[in-house]
Ligand binder design. Sequence first.
Ligand code: MTE
Ligand code: MOS
Length: 793
Amino acid sequence: MSGHEVPPGAAVGRALAHESAALHVTGQALYTDDLGVRMAGLLHAWPVGSPHAHARVLGLDVSGALAVPGVARVLTREDVPGVNDAGVKGDEPLFPDEVMFVGHAVCWVLADTEDAARQGAAAVQVTYEPLPSLITLREAMDAESFQGAQSTLRRGDVTVGFAGAAHVFEGEFELGGQEHFYLETHASLAHVDESGQVFIQCSTQHPSETQDIAAHVLGLDAHAVTVQCLRMGGGFGGKEMQPHGFAAVAALGAVLTGRPVRLRLNRTLDLTMTGKRHPFHATWKAGFDADGRFTALQVQLTSDGGWSLDLSEPVMARALCHVDNAYFIPHVEARGRIARTHKTSQTAFRGFGGPQGMLVVEDLLGRVAPLLGLDPHELRQRNFYRPGECTPYGQPVRHAERLETIWAELLTSSDFHARHAAVEAFNAANPHVKRGLAVTPVKFGISFNFTAYNQAGALVHVYKDGSVLVNHGGTEMGQGLHTKMLQVAATALGVPLASVRLAPTRTDKVPNTSATAASSGADLNGGAVKDACEQIRARLAEVAAGRLAVHPDDVRFEEGRVFPLGHPERGFPFRELVHDAYHRRTQLWAAGFYRTPGLHWDREAMQGEPFKYFSYGASVTEVELDGFTGAYRVLRADLLHDVGDSLSPLIDLGQVEGGYLQGLGWLTLEELRWDESTGAGRGRLLTQAASTYKLPSLSELPADFRAALLRQATETGVVYGSKAVGEPPLMLAISAREAIRAACAAFGPPTQPTLLASPATPEAAFWALHAARSLLSPPTEPDAPGAIQGVPT
Ligand code: MTE
Ligand code: MOS
């Protein structure tokens, strides 16, 4: 049976609740920080954070801390036996002698209680020599402060494309970052066993890399460090690279004191110390023919990487690979560079640069549509990829026809055209309240751009009683990966779900794992789990074939029974077979492996086929906007998304809805503000609590919210015909932003472009609608301060 076919009675495809749902909602699910209370002699770690955005550390006096009762030790740079670096780029000193952002930890205090550690940290004396700092992206660009590689993605010749264009537009755009705000903040818990083995429990999406970094900080071989992740209370990319340094500090503390060490950031520390989604700046020039089809696109993207590289380079690569979104653009030149600023080191966040790249082209289309005399939905559809076309990086767009299919189905199911007319009628009748309706597509590449990461392992045990234990290399962060892996194992072995259990992710069970990221957790680990199960099943089929007197190929495994093809009545229980097999000395466990076939990527040239396939979707959002305040509500959202043949439809729907809402937060509510003044607080994150950083919640849910999965969408070559789901739906929220733009535009004359800042907060929407309204009659109110933030007028 080939990889995508689903056997009868399969556990995949069933709408199941998350395997830990009951534990989540009753508070019984354990997270890393819940495990420490069970340990005797536990020490708590607290950082001494820099008050400066940029300064040299001239002196460090820890004696005050050691005088605080309960303080056991202060960890400083002199304590590091190995490499004093928390990253993989060699640019993140774990104990720095030059602090690079407000909150940067200079050293860590360990104490019997968290309170004592905190008091100890306050008693540490650090002497700083303040240095000049760059806080905003513009300051960094003006100072030409860049880091890492600059890359260019090119196809054809844009000068030819512009020469042949009927219309050429230019613009500038700036979009904001986003705080992950996972419910569980960063947490690590380390101890050392009797043989000197370091064991770290960590809320990490990348246990193997946490292991590598902890080992190099400690000066140990990787085999001496084990990292386990039970589950995370959300990661969203924020725990892909950022946990390593914290884990290393906890491990160092455990090695030096012989006591278990717990390091958990409280919310303020987490917000001020850890990286966020990259803000981006873009300048662009776009050419269109007389029918509104792209002839060329030239873009310069600059991301704000913060103080160190972290994942900024691959994030930029993904941004450049997504500036096309769903559109065929014959001539493309997209340049990317990463600014260095004195802020937290910006990192992975759901979509990994893809949303930023896509937003640039969607913003551009939303702006120029009126100048081309086209409805935005018409302009978008005209530019869709068609079958046979390639992306600017040379990858054929497999299943491009799904864009049209999804678009057509969604326009029908959302009653788009009738509602569009109704919105126009509403707007004509209401001078002070306007509605906006918009539809936008998503095309998102699945696989890590970095080819080597597209591999995974699993270890599956069948015990003598027929029960099954699954280990795999992926981590669970709420996305439902473990639920899907249980379903895959039960399907591949033909046993009931209830007889399969999943063990926590550990680096000593499955080594050299990739981050659970790029939405590829189920594709990769599913492939590995299936491989392991199929090896076991093949051995069992040999044993069953003897008993049933048939060829091993004709043995069927279904729901815990084994029978000859076509003769379920001749079957017997799986556990009996396992019992027999054991007594015949059959290996009842297997290591599975999967590597995504057919990928190649030239990082320098930015050409190749980095993705196994594309994930498609589209969404329609309708908003209502108040002309006096800029306040808006999302009245209705319709989402249609392609997840192939869903492994777990309830999980996938949850991902689609959750992704949209998280995207809605990024695009409309969440605004990171930093102190840009020259005062003493320069560089401080001003939005360092939920009171000032507005997150989407139940009240922001669209009043009418309809999400659906595309039917008949089998993806051959992926585990049981499924597709990844984790990140792409976030970008469905772009239609909400475009709907807000449409509503703002409705306050002004037609055929004028409407500029909208990102995030499109009510304040931003107010200035946008104010600008639109001013075109009707001379403004009576003062102009917006500095016009619309980040948008040239
Ligand atoms: N869903 C929940 N509930 N919590 C999360 O932290 N992370 C997202 C997405 N969905 C996340 C989530 C991100 S950034 C990614 S890359 C994928 O899940 C990772 O999991 P997967 O590869 O198993 O889809
Ligand atoms: Mo997701 S941003 O790839 O962890």
